[in-house]
Design a protein around this ligand. Sequence first.
Ligand code: DNO
Length: 349
Amino acid sequence: MEMTFRWYGSKFDTVTLEQIRQIPGVTGVITTLYDTTPGEVWTREAIHALKEEVEASGLHISGIESVNIHDAIKIGSPDREQYIDNYIETLKHLGKEDIHLVCYNFMPVFDWTRTELARVRPDGSTVLAYKQSAVDALVPEKMFESIAGDANGAILPGWEPERMAKVKELFDAYRDVDDEKLFANLKYFLERIMMAIHPDDPAWSVFGLPRIIINKENILRMMKMVDDPHNGVTFCSGSYGTNLENDLPDMIRSLKGRIHFAHVRNLKFHSQQDFEEAAHLSSDGSFDMYEIMKALYDIGFDGPIRPDHGRMIWGEKAMPGYGLYDRALGATYLNGLWEAIDKSHKRGI
Ligand code: DNO
């Protein structure tokens, strides 16, 4: 595996490439062209410039997160053909720049959903949190306002203001899309394109919209649907882990050969559907991080891993979840687990 770090580009990120370069064991970044909108073709020149910038700092691009999918593809409307063609064009340009890993998701309207972006924990750090009753009490159009005010001025991934300004219309457009239709639209898309899908977060329906990439049964269904290693998975422990019924190490083992990218982080649960994000350490949350890393190790995972959302600590002001300090601690911790697992394995312990 290779330890990597998410980076949104010098115009958008508070964290610099120079800082990432100094985190021991981190050699690559997971990045994107953050100022493109879903459906737009990424030009080869823009990709090339990004690549040169990253390489000038001594790092390299390990993968893209995300090339977002236009709503027409998820809804299955007639104009999806144009957007699939555009997507393929973007993938070709990425391929020519020698970038071959793309993470994406298939969530209608909203990407990852949280109800608080800065819940204060007893040690004074702040974290993202989710409370089901808070979602139930909100009308969907208010979701964006409620989340944007807390974002430290950042545009959150998947919550582009231009799309959010049209939330009502988007809800209308998804009116006839249920789980089955969404599976069919995903299959249609996948038969032309191959990649690493990110799970839905949280892993259940929000505001009555279908969400399908949520558990072992559905992800295996998707793997069989287009049974080719290019139809792969971004295994995100924090997203699948929102549903406590998901046995994460078991899911990892069942996806052997199909996981191309891993996001590893921890959550702390207060009840079945209320959780907050924790430090990466097992003892700070509800997951056994050793078992998660061990399962990845056992299936021979050799792709990039990145620490995921971190707590906001030491007074840092950054995009919620994406500051420097706690993610750097996370990367170091995960590298430590990996080293211990690798050495025990090699010594036959
Ligand atoms: C949140 C992320 C997601 C993820 C996308 C992938 O911080 O994990 O926004 O990047 O769902 O397309």
